[in-house]
Structure formats: structure tokens, C-alpha cells
Design a protein around this ligand. Structure first.
Ligand code: SF4
Length: 234
């Protein structure tokens, strides 16, 4: 059956108090590099620590010995569905990371890779809200980012990332292993597989009609596997 889904109904997730997020294509390239390796994201946080107050579970890998040495064991628990040794750190009754002390990260130099890679620009990039709570600091902060489009290619790539996020959200049933149910992981997956939707744009960058849903889903699975294979071989 042919999909009736058209590529892209762009969600306006920006705010009048805009923050410059940089050119989209260069941001996308550096974000993909950060996700592919252990380099941190270069985010102009300017003192913002909304992501440390966002009720996020922080994943810490077994080889992150410096972070693990500084975080009390009582704050950690085994990460579901991940190999032994992977742990999660929870948050307090206010949704704050327990390592956030006097409004600053108390282990900043040795903070987990999850924190180093986090970039709340992934939400406006994917056209999804940072959290269901529209009053949450992280949601408000993410809404303020405004990307630049120095070329048509920047716009095409942004369209493709948002189309990927929209497809993943609306067609979870097409994926045997499901899709992430967490907004950060969903946005990052859209960034990893957006190339699929670049192929569904015509020469002028306008969206074309999509192939059947299962065909699109398989192309997304293949693109995700290609990305992860690159990570392993790098
Ligand atoms: S470990 Fe530090 S950077 Fe990471 S969420 Fe906690 S306070 Fe924020």
C-alpha cells in the first residue's frame, strides 16, 4: 500500500527570544561526528544548565571509570537492556541531577559522555519538543534556538531531518524493534538516518511522495546500521 504521508509538516519549535544555533549543515556534520565518536558536543550553553534539571536518566558506560569513581554507587542502577556494567544515574525530586551542586556540575571535568555529547539543538533540528512538559526549562531553552541556512543545502538537510523524525513518530509499527520512546534518542536517530529523506526530495529540494511505509522503514533501518557500523570501525 502506498503511503499517503507527505514529507514534512514542519513544526515551529522556535521562540521569539531566539538564540543563534549556527548554520544547519555545519551543525549537523559536527553533531553526527559527536555521535559517532567520543568527542563532546560544542554547545554555546552560556551558563544554561537546563539539561541537568530535565529529569533525564544519565547513561554511564563501564569504561567511564573517572566518572564512576566520583558518583556515589547509591545513585546508580543497572541500565535495562544494556550489557552488564552499563548504569543509569537518576534525578532528585525536582528532576535535578544529583551531581548538580550549587547550580553547577560537581564533576564537570569528569562528567559522563552522555552529558558531553548532549546538545538541546537536536530538538529544533528534528522538529520535536524536548519534553512533554512545555513549562520545563529544557523545553523553553530548546525552543529558542534558531538555525541559519547559508545555502539551499542547509534547508534541504533540515527538511530531511524533520521528515525522518516525523516518519519515526508516525510509523513506529513499521519497525520490528520499535523506535525510541525518548525524545532525545528519537531526535538523534533522525539525525543519523536523515539521508534517507534527502533521497526523497526532488532536484529543487522539495519533498516528493514517499514510497510505501515498509520500504521507507527498511531504508531507515539500513541507514541506522550503516551509521553504527561506521562508529564501530572508527
Ligand atoms: S553529571 Fe554534571 S553535566 Fe551531567 S547532568 Fe549531572 S550535573 Fe549535568
Amino acid at each position: 500500500m502506498e503511503s499517503d504521508v507527505e514529507l514534512l509538516g514542519v513544526v515551529d519549535v522556535t521562540d521569539p527570544q531566539e538564540l543563534p544555533a549556527g548554520g544547519f549543515s555545519s551543525w549537523l556534520q559536527s553533531t553526527r561526528s559527536a555521535q559517532a565518536g567520543d568527542v563532546g558536543a560544542d554547545v554555546p550553553c552560556a551558563g544554561c544548565n537546563a539539561c541537568c534539571k530535565a529529569s533525564y536518566f544519565i547513561h554511564i558506560r563501564p569504561d567511564e571509570t573517572e566518572a564512576l569513581a566520583l558518583i556515589p554507587e547509591a545513585l546508580l542502577f543497572a541500565a535495562p537492556s544494556l550489557p552488564k556494567g552499563n548504569v543509569l544515574m537518576g534525578f532528585d525530586e525536582h528532576g535535578h541531577c544529583p551531581m548538580l551542586i550549587d547550580d553547577a556540575c560537581s564533576i564537570y571535568e569528569h562528567r559522563p559522555i552522555t552529558c558531553r555529547r548532549f546538545d538541546c539543538r537536536v530538538f529544533p533540528a528534528a522538529g520535536i519538543a524536548a519534553s512533554e512538559d512545555h513549562t520545563a526549562l529544557i523545553t523553553q531553552r530548546a525552543r529558542r534556538w534558531k538555525f541559519g541556512y547559508p545555502s539551499e543545502g542547509d534547508r534541504d538537510q533540515h527538511t530531511a531531518v524533520r521528515a525522518a523524525a516525523k516518519f519515526l513518530t508516525k510509523h513506529a509499527e513499521c519497525f520490528p524493534n520499535g523506535v525510541p520512546n525518548n525524545s532525545t534518542q528519537l531526535a538523534i536517530l533522525a539525525i543519523k538516518v536523515h539521508e534517507v529523506f534527502l533521497e526523497y526530495q526532488d532536484k529543487s529540494g522539495k519533498p516528493e511522495r514517499l514510497p510505501p511505509d515498509l520500504e521507507v522503514a527498511q531504508a531507515i533501518i539500513d541507514a541506522s546500521e550503516r551509521f553504527e557500523a561506521r562508529v564501530k570501525s572508527s
